[in-house]
Design a protein around this ligand. Structure first.
Ligand SMILES: [Fe+2]
Length: 493
């Protein structure tokens, strides 16, 4: 009964083994398909008949060659699979020849077995290399994304890196964020999630995918090409970002005719979405911390204003002017914000100055000035207990230093004075000279500017004085507006 059926892939393999055995032994062999309804009996219709029980002893590697000898006819057999084997017969001249052939057949089968084991190991190695390569690509993608997850990095930039890394790692046509909720809100994202791969995915395609995701529960979601009519969209893998107010999905799409996504790709995309969720959570916490810090700083400034009505609003104006100067100097936004905060708190040390001096309406004596000059150090000491404010301390401590080294409290000169303090020194002097004080009238803007011009390079940093004159219109306008708002506030209070 010769090969009436063909177990998948086995027929070719066993024919190849048969030819190899024939070459090694010189025997004439044939492949038989076993029919166990004849179990243990001679296969009918063959002459001479084949003993099936010979093929019943071994069905997987290492294969066991089997023999039967009747008179001077030796039957050779080996089973390569449950229903497939190789058999052959040979008439020999003597018992010695029979023994020689048995040994030859045994060696040939063992060689075949060894060759196949080597091939199997080679195949396993290839699979392993492919798997490791794939894993490496995934780890590399995750590494790239994790490196980009900095709170100082613009969110659009982070999403762009996620898109680029994931497209490469997943062999996808596009990767994007998508909104799809059961209430019908769907499509490309309008707010901070905008970007991000939506051009590559195509707006029409996103609407179709969003429609499929709308009522899905659970994540990840695998969509096959045939889920889309017409088949303009290939396989889609989507994972949902949890703990957001809207249903946001991270979606990867392949082109039509491409292989479907599998569990490894899902695992990668779940890792990316988990990192993204963590980042969004941290960003929320960071914003919350910023808000708390702003409230805290504001309450400190209010307490200073409450003690010293004469300088009410001074800190806010110095902060605002410092911000304009820093912006004009082209400093990064984080530095501009620090300078603003430092401006708000630059005189906070006056909390530690006695009322007798702070609220004095007569001209100040030398002793009074000596006490007032302690306020930068007092402010520094108060705020240095708060690590979160460490980066604004230079402005608090050094805003009364002078470029020529004759300022206080440390007598720093030139660039020894932190830039933050050099900027605030100009803003502080501008507001102090312009403002009305109990012991003197405020100067006109022209007078203030004359003094600033004369003090450039000795009292103040000449570059920052230049920045003042380059932005004087916006500074004066801002100052006047703040004074008006403050008066309105006082009247209505
Ligand atoms: Fe001051």
């Amino acid at each position: 009964m010769f090969l009436t059926t063909d177990p998948v892939g086995e027929k070719t393999q066993i024919l190849a083994r048969m030819h190899q055995l024939e070459q090694s032994t010189g025997l004439s062999l044939e492949v038989v398909e076993l029919d166990w309804s004849f179990n243990g009996r001679w296969l009918p219709g063959t002459a001479p008949p084949i003993p099936l029980d010979l093929l019943n002893s071994s069905q997987k590697a290492p294969w066991k060659p089997q023999f039967r000898q009747e008179d001077l006819v030796v039957t050779f057999a080996v089973a390569f699979a449950p229903k497939l084997g190789v058999v052959g017969r040979k008439r020999v001249a003597s018992a010695a020849e029979a023994e020689l052939l048995r040994r030859l057949f045994t060696v040939a089968v063992r060689q075949l077995d060894a060759d196949e084991q080597v091939q199997q190991k080679d195949h396993e190695l290839e699979c392993l290399v492919s798997h490791v390569t794939h894993l490496y690509e995934q780890v590399h993608g995750i590494f790239q994304v994790s490196r980009s997850l900095s709170l100082s990095e613009p969110f659009e930039q982070i999403l762009s890196i996620i898109e680029q890394s994931s497209v490469a790692t997943l062999a996808a046509e596009c990767v994007c964020l998508l909104r799809s909720s059961a209430d019908g809100t769907s499509g490309p994202l309008p707010d901070q999630f905008r970007s991000v791969g939506s051009e590559g995915c195509g707006t029409d395609g996103l609407e179709v995918i969003a429609g499929q995701l709308r009522n899905r529960i659970g994540s990840p979601v695998f969509l096959r090409e045939r889920d889309f009519e017409p088949h303009i969209i290939g396989p889609v893998l989507a994972v949902e970002l949890s703990q957001l107010s809207q249903r946001i999905w991270l979606v990867a799409r392949r082109g039509p005719g491409q292989p479907e996504f599998g569990s490894e790709e899902a695992s990668y995309l779940l890792s990316i979405s988990a990192m993204l969720e963590g980042h969004l959570h941290n960003a929320d916490l960071y914003a919350e911390k910023d808000e708390l810090l702003i409230q805290f700083v504001q309450s400190l400034v209010n307490s200073l204003d409450a003690r010293d009505h004469a300088t009410r609003g001074h800190s806010q104006r110095v902060a605002a002017i410092g911000r304009i100067l820093a912006g004009h100097l082209g400093l990064p936004e984080e530095d501009v914000t620090r300078i603003h905060t430092s401006g708000l708190l630059h005189d906070i040390g006056k909390i530690g100055i006695s009322d007798a001096v702070l609220k004095k309406t007569d001209p100040l004596t030398q002793a009074d000035w000596e006490e007032i000059k302690r306020h930068p150090v007092i402010g520094h000491e108060i705020l240095s207990n708060l690590p979160v404010l460490a980066d604004i301390l230079p402005g608090v401590r050094s805003h009364h230093e002078r470029i020529d080294g004759t300022g206080y409290p440390d007598g720093l000169a030139g660039e020894e004075i932190p830039l933050m303090a050099r900027i605030l020194a100009v803003a502080d002097a501008f507001d102090a000279m312009l403002s009305l004080r109990p012991y003197r009238q405020g100067l006109p803007v022209e007078g203030v500017e004359q003094i600033l011009r004369e003090g450039a390079g000795t009292q103040w940093d000449a570059e920052i004085i230049d920045a003042y004159f380059a932005s004087r219109e916006s500074i004066v306008a801002r100052w006047n507006r703040m004074i008006r708002e403050d008066r309105t506030h006082v009247r209505s209070a």
